[in-house]
Ligand binder design. Structure first.
Ligand SMILES: [Zn+2]
Length: 562
């Protein structure tokens, strides 16, 4: 059906349709560039409708300005943009830009050129993404634009830390976020150029036809190019996750067309109006933007927020790449503040006080590495944020577990006694971390204890080996009497006789004593003592079947984990 219509379009392209032809509307095609007046006027209409009539998206009330903004001036003035430094207390509206940094930033504000940028930012010197963003901002009649590379002094660590902590309000208070979805770095422009596919997704044409259902008219259209979505360069970048989720309105420039998303609706050039029949077809499965933050959940349902955090932040964020690996805490800080607002839970190095000890049971993936050395320290070992992951790592990604708390047998056996986080910048618990530790009481056993069990302990191993794909180590299947250990670094999983790789003094610390017959435990290794005190670090998690005496002989103690 679709391919037939595609052929019809190809045929009609070579035909002169008259002005009055009904095909004219359907097949005239889109303007070649997404930079066209028609496309940007459409975007402007979406913005107007949203501001005027979407209560859920928030009215465009002036907000306190960020420290610095690019004053783009008006389209007519022809003046160069310049950097406006707010003196505090000024109110206004701005757009923000979400884009890929690529390997190097071609143009940025530094201590040396700050004064110069406050006078003028010459348009012809800007990389294409920034220049296009200025053009869109002017065309949509907004005065200010926020771009991290220009509005944060890139060679000033102090400025960077202060401004990175403001990222949450910069994106959530921006009138609109422009997303350069297809550009792999700032030298690529935002706009899609003469891609012929832009001609192929015009609106549907009604075809009269007779069906068994009494001659109804049927609508048909060529296949719509979809957004690149999760495959686009911009979605691979760690920072853009919160930029997208926090922004009330997003205008995405993909390689094929322009998409709009706000709290109330999504549309695109192919399906430009809310009542368009395509709306339903096109976006039904996505829901509206940020529908998560819209939900009215009572305190008793705060776990939904933790689930969101685990699924969207831990699982999704860790698949993205960061220009600087140590930026992890900053890149999720905005989302963390939002979760905090909804849950009133203390934020502790990427985990939540009200979601402990469950939050400790995350599982790393194949490419997991925990950077060593003070310079590359990100977070304590019990936080997923302490890890870096090689991107892309196929389908392998860190996991979190959600346990059914109402099941009596899943009651926690461990007790968090204290959590201490020392931020690098005083009192910014969402920013960079200097050091942190956790004091926890729970039942433990030496890893070695299980190695010394008599042979019958392993007797089933030979019989069941075929059930376990030892090479790929893919199966989550827990075999009878076998401990499955997922190490944070290097190895996804070790089992049975491979437990010999553990060093001296390694131990299991029970977190959950019984989930459907399985003990969930952290694997701890002794770390460098601190002021003579014994401390441990997390090296993985283990699932231990509790039958056959495996749940016996555990002793209670208090551990400090760094
Ligand atoms: Zn809206």
């Amino acid at each position: 059906m679709v391919s037939c219509l595609d052929r019809t379009i190809e045929h009609l392209r070579g035909t002169n349709t008259t002005v009055d032809s009904p095909f004219d509307f359907a097949f005239k095609g889109k303007p070649l560039e997404t930079s066209s007046l028609e496309t940007l006027t459409l975007a402007s209409t979406w913005l107007d409708i949203c501001i005027q009539s979407h209560h859920a998206c928030g009215r465009q009330t002036p907000q306190p300005l960020p420290t610095r903004l690019i004053d783009v001036g008006s389209l007519e003035s022809g003046k160069s943009p310049f950097l406006l430094q707010s003196t505090g207390g000024q109110l206004g509206n701005w757009f923000a830009l979400s884009y890929c940094w690529g390997k190097a930033l071609p143009f940025k504000t530094e201590i040396e050129n700050l004064k110069q940028h406050m006078q003028e930012i010459p348009l012809d010197q800007l990389p294409a993404v920034f220049r296009d963003a200025v053009h869109i901002t002017r065309r949509l009649e907004c005065r200010y634009l926020w771009i991290d590379a220009l509005c944060i002094i890139q060679d000033s660590p102090d400025d960077w830390k202060t401004e990175a902590a403001q990222m949450h309000s910069i994106y959530s208070n921006a009138t609109l976020t422009i997303v350069a979805e297809a550009a792999i770095d700032p030298t690529y422009g935002i706009f899609a150029s003469g891609d012929s596919r832009r001609h192929n997704f015009d609106r549907a044409v009604a075809l009269s036809c007779i069906t068994s259902d009494k001659g109804r008219s049927m609508k048909a259209r060529p296949a719509l190019p979809s957004s690149m979505g999760s495959k686009s360069p911009v979605s691979q970048r760690g920072w853009t996750l919160q930029e997208d989720l926090l922004s009330p309105r997003v205008l995405r420039f993909s390689a094929e067309q322009v998409f709009w998303a706000c709290q109330k609706f999504r549309c695109c050039e192919a399906a430009p109006t809310t009542d368009d029949w395509e709306q339903d077809l096109y976006f039904r499965r996505f829901g509206t933007k940020n529908s998560f933050f819209d939900m009215n959940v009572g305190d008793t349902e705060e776990d939904i927020y933790f689930r969101f955090w685990n699924v969207v932040v831990v699982n999704s964020f860790t698949r993205r790449s960061l220009f600087k690996q140590t930026d992890t805490m900053f890149a999720v800080a905005g989302l963390a503040r939002e979760i905090q607002r909804h849950t009133d839970s203390a934020y502790i190095a990427g985990l939540w006080s009200k979601n402990l000890p469950e939050g400790l049971l995350w599982q790393a993936c194949r490419s997991g590495k925990r950077p060593s050395g003070k310079e590359s320290y990100i977070a304590p070992s019990w936080s997923w944020a302490s890890m870096t992951f090689n991107v892309p790592d196929g389908d392998s990604r860190p996991q979190t577990y959600q346990f059914l708390k109402h099941m009596e047998e899943t009651a926690y056996d461990s007790e968090i006694i204290a959590v201490v986080i020392m931020p690098s910048v005083t009192e910014d618990l969402y920013g960079q971390i200097e050091f942190g530790f956790l004091v926890i009481a729970g039942n433990w056993r030496c890893v070695d204890d299980f190695k010394e069990l008599p042979t019958p302990f392993y007797e089933d191993w030979n019989n069941t080996r075929s059930m376990w794909d030892k090479e790929s180590k893919q199966s989550d299947l827990l075999l009878p009497k076998q401990i499955v250990c997922n190490l944070d670094e290097g190895t996804t999983c070790i089992i049975g006789d491979e437990l010999n790789i553990f060093g001296q003094g390694n131990l299991y610390l029970q977190i959950l004593p019984n989930v459907l017959g399985v003990i969930y435990a952290l694997i701890l290794a002794p770390a460098e003592p601190i002021e003579g005190n014994e401390v441990y670090r997390r090296i993985g998690i283990a699932q231990i079947p509790k039958d056959d005496g495996m749940a016996d002989g555990w002793e209670s103690a208090v551990f400090t984990i760094v």
